[in-house]
Design a protein around this ligand. Structure first.
Ligand SMILES: C[S@@+](CC[C@H](N)C(=O)[O-])C[C@H]1O[C@@H](n2cnc3c(N)ncnc32)[C@H](O)[C@@H]1O
Length: 304
């Protein structure tokens, strides 16, 4: 057999080995996180979470989630948002099951007018928010980026809309030119970034002057001082800030039964960690938000 024929076979074998290693790593990272979530008190997890290595490990779990949930039409990976009285944002019937998660995106993104704007979303997950905002707020373009290559592949197949495209990349090293966007959207993801200040510097770099950073996320009590200090140091001006624990807890309650039904369809050993990560009523993360041990906030900033 000539080298010409051997090379593809060799590449295939190597490729297979790399894929298997990636899957194993993802699975191992997931198993480590699952054990943490299930066994370690929330306060200790919060302290461990200050460590950039823990965040890198957590980010490795997302491809595992994407493969695990491939047949479940899971388009959002956030804890959702509901007001009192309910927001009642008008939705297409196909969006209705994701109302809470959509409302978190809606409230975050509508802090600025995005119509006709060039929008970047950092950490789009499974792309449900990118699809909803593209369809309803009519930006000129919407570029959605995530570190999870499996999610980016999923999004490219699942969300096919004019003006919307998906990019594989890192929040701390955005693959875009300076001043190339009018707005950056970021929902429930920055707690995963090992160097949050670096992400903020990247946001400011890719925004044009007067562009907006529209942002929502949470931190455990132990991480709040560092979070606030990084935001205060960011080269952007704070326009608004709101604690939204009550809204997130209300949405978790509304979503609980739907998530419990989904978790029931997963392998049994994932049920405990699934309930925790989904934040169903009574889970430790639900209680931590309810008691104020975690602070969930929504912000908007402008670049001067
Ligand atoms: C909790 S999910 C939220 C996803 C989406 N924003 C949503 O609300 O459905 C966090 C996302 O952050 C992504 N992520 C983690 N670290 C990242 C990084 N360094 N750069 C870009 N994305 C990252 C994960 O892959 C995951 O999709």
């Amino acid at each position: 057999m000539s080298l010409q024929y051997r090379r593809p076979a060799l590449m295939k074998t190597l490729g297979g080995a790399v894929l298997a290693a990636t899957k194993t790593l993802g699975g191992a990272a997931f198993a480590a996180i699952a054990a943490l979530v299930a066994l370690v008190p929330t306060a200790l997890i919060a302290r461990l979470w200050q460590n950039p290595f823990a965040k890198k490990l957590a980010a490795r779990c997302y491809p595992f989630f994407t493969r695990l949930l491939a047949d479940e039409e899971v388009l959002f990976l956030n804890w959702a948002y509901e007001e009192d009285p309910p927001m009642a944002v008008p939705l297409a019937a196909s969006d209705e099951p994701n109302r809470g998660s959509i409302q978190l995106y809606h409230r975050t993104a509508t802090q600025a007018d995005l119509s006709g704007k060039r929008v970047l979303e950092v950490s789009c997950g499974h792309g449900g928010g990118a699809s909803y905002l593209t369809r309803t707020l009519r930006p000129a373009s919407y570029t959605a980026l995530d570190l999870n290559a499996a999610a980016v592949d999923f999004c490219r197949k699942r969300h096919n809309l004019p003006g919307l495209d998906f990019v594989h990349g890192d929040a701390e090293n955005l693959p875009f030119a300076d001043q190339s966007f009018d707005a950056v959207v970021n929902v429930e993801a920055s707690h995963c970034y090992p160097q949050f200040a670096r992400f903020l510097a990247e946001v400011a770099r890719v925004l044009r002057p007067a562009g907006h950073f529209l942002y929502a996320d949470f931190r455990p009590r132990e991480g709040i001082a560092a979070w606030e200090a990084a935001l205060a140091d960011a080269p952007m001006r704070l326009l608004s800030e709101r604690v939204i624990n009550a809204e997130v807890v209300r949405a978790m309650e509304k979503n609980s039964q739907r998530y419990l039904d989904l978790i029931d369809r997963l392998p049994t050993f994932l049920h405990g960690v699934g309930r925790e990560l989904a934040g169903v009523q009574g889970s430790r993360y639900y209680r931590a938000l309810q008691r104020g041990e975690f602070s969930y906030r929504m912000y908007s900033f402008a670049k001067d």
